[in-house]
Design a protein around this ligand. Structure first.
Ligand SMILES: Cc1cc2nc3c(=O)[nH]c(=O)nc-3n(C[C@H](O)[C@H](O)[C@H](O)COP(=O)(O)OP(=O)(O)OC[C@H]3O[C@@H](n4cnc5c(N)ncnc54)[C@H](O)[C@@H]3O)c2cc1C
Length: 251
């Protein structure tokens, strides 16, 4: 028999939220975070109504709303302050019960989540240890426990954690993803919005994916649809006549 706890790697917003969702349902959670202290700077600045609803589920939405600001949308400007693209959002509550777009300070949100995580009797937090190896993650869940090996980054000693399963919540450059062999499909850089304004050239091979936020999205409002080509928002074609975007494949 092995412990029936879930091991969560990473104490960012995703790791803390999933730890609370599980623990609130009676499932013990071990959270492993490599940094001894929360990151002091924001990365995310915006979240939508669906995420706010999840924050409500883990009990921090009132404090979140008190410190966030509904946003009426997004407008992208070029270097000369001409509009390249924009979309609007309703600042009133949507069907999810929260404004569609919310500007926030990530360290404040993380402090709210940490506070609940640290006080939850079913969440065991280990900071200052970095996951570098995992055993048992590639076999069926019922076949074996998962063993997560860590090395010390700060005060806590290197050790092995054992649980029923592991959740990789360790961010964009996930170690867990690499260790258990999860692959990613490159959807390529979405430059359809920029190309719409700058050129009528057909998509180049490197920019062929319009992506989910492209001109056919419901919230999308192409500049061509709201102003004439000679209007104040219009942009000239790039000098070469080529799309002024670049697509890079992550290494
Ligand atoms: C400049 C910038 C702007 C951004 N703007 C937005 C935005 O507006 N909206 C938005 O939704 N997102 C935005 N993001 C992305 C944002 O960072 C993420 O949405 C959010 O932080 C992701 O949360 P997370 O919990 O998945 O990962 P992270 O916040 O990255 O947390 C992962 C945690 O895992 C830990 N970890 C990593 N590897 C290990 C390991 N081997 N062992 C133990 N711990 C480990 C890390 O230390 C970290 O604390 C932005 C990112 C950047 C860089």
């Amino acid at each position: 028999m092995y412990p029936q706890n879930v091991i969560v790697v990473g104490a960012g917003p995703v790791g803390c939220t999933v730890a609370l969702l599980l623990a609130d349902r009676g499932i013990p959670v071990t959270v492993i975070e490599r940094y001894p202290q929360p990151h002091p700077l924001p990365r995310a600045v915006h979240l939508d109504d669906e995420v706010a609803r999840i924050l409500h589920r883990v009990g921090v939405s009132d404090a979140f709303l008190a410190g966030s600001r509904p946003a009426s949308g997004l407008r992208l400007l070029d270097a000369r302050h001409r509009v390249m693209a924009e979309f609007g959002r309703d600042t009133d509550a949507t069907d999810n019960g929260f404004p569609g777009a919310n500007m926030f300070h990530q360290p404040d949100l993380e402090a709210l989540l940490f506070d609940r995580v640290d006080r939850h009797p079913l969440v065991d937090v280990h900071r200052g240890v970095e996951v570098h190896a995992i055993d048992g993650a590639r076999v069926p869940l019922t076949a074996a426990p998962v063993r997560v090996h860590t090395r010390a980054v700060a005060d806590e000693a290197a050790r092995t954690f054992t649980g029923s399963l592991v959740l990789g919540c360790d961010g964009a450059n996930s170690t867990v993803r690499r260790l258990i062999g999860i692959s990613m499909r490159d959807l390529r850089f979405n430059c359809a919005t920029v190309r719409t304004r700058r050129t009528s050239s057909p998509p180049s091979a490197g920019c062929s994916n319009p992506g989910p936020a492209g001109p056919t999205s419901p919230g999308w409002r192409s500049p061509a649809a709201r102003s004439t080509p000679s209007g104040p928002d219009s942009l000239p074609a790039s000098r070469s006549g080529e799309p002024s975007c670049s697509a890079t494949r992550p290494t």
